[in-house]
Design a protein around this ligand. Structure first.
Ligand SMILES: [Zn+2]
Length: 162
């Protein structure tokens, strides 16, 4: 599986001019489920599995609000993102049992953001001995478990904790 979002593959890095062109805004209008890969929807934000993961269980948390600026998210949104992040980590810990996590926001093309118009938080599980972040980015990566089977595991856990 080729990573579609390596930062130097600029043909995939396009700024959404309008909300109807935005990957996250389109997703925000969909329901939870395997088709959308959305694991949980809150009042202000939602969690979706990354279709092109760095590692199995790579999740994205995005606000419904279309903005590229962290300044434009209010405290209620940040609080819900925080709660969603805890839920993601607990669900991953109890299923895929990673040794650690990378959690972060890529702001701007220079930082490697794949969707630069709509801010989102990456939650990337890490295991001892997996490749480091940059070499993972550098070439093809084999994802050992399928998206569908991980989705099933995680969605069950995310629902238990509601
Ligand atoms: Zn958007």
């Amino acid at each position: 599986m080729k990573l579609l979002w390596a930062p130097w593959r600029h043909e995939y890095v396009k700024k959404a001019a309008k909300e109807e062109d935005c990957f996250f805004c389109v997703l925000a209008g969909k329901k939870e489920g395997l088709d959308s890969l959305i694991l949980a929807k809150g009042k202000y934000c939602f969690t979706v599995m990354n279709k092109y993961p760095y590692n199995p269980g790579h999740l994205l948390i995005a606000p419904y609000k279309h903005t590229s600026s962290i300044h434009e998210l209010d405290s209620r949104t940040w609080e819900e993102i925080r709660m969603m992040l805890i839920k993601c980590i607990e669900s991953l810990n109890s299923t895929l049992k990673p040794d650690g996590f990378n959690i972060g926001i890529n702001i701007g093309r220079a930082a490697g953001a794949g969707v630069i118009g709509h801010i989102h938080l990456h939650v990337v599980p890490r295991w001892n001995g997996d490749t480091n972040f940059m070499s993972t980015l550098a070439d093809t990566k084999v994802i050992s478990a399928s998206l569908a089977s991980i989705y099933k595991l995680l969605s069950k856990k995310m629902r238990e904790r509601r």
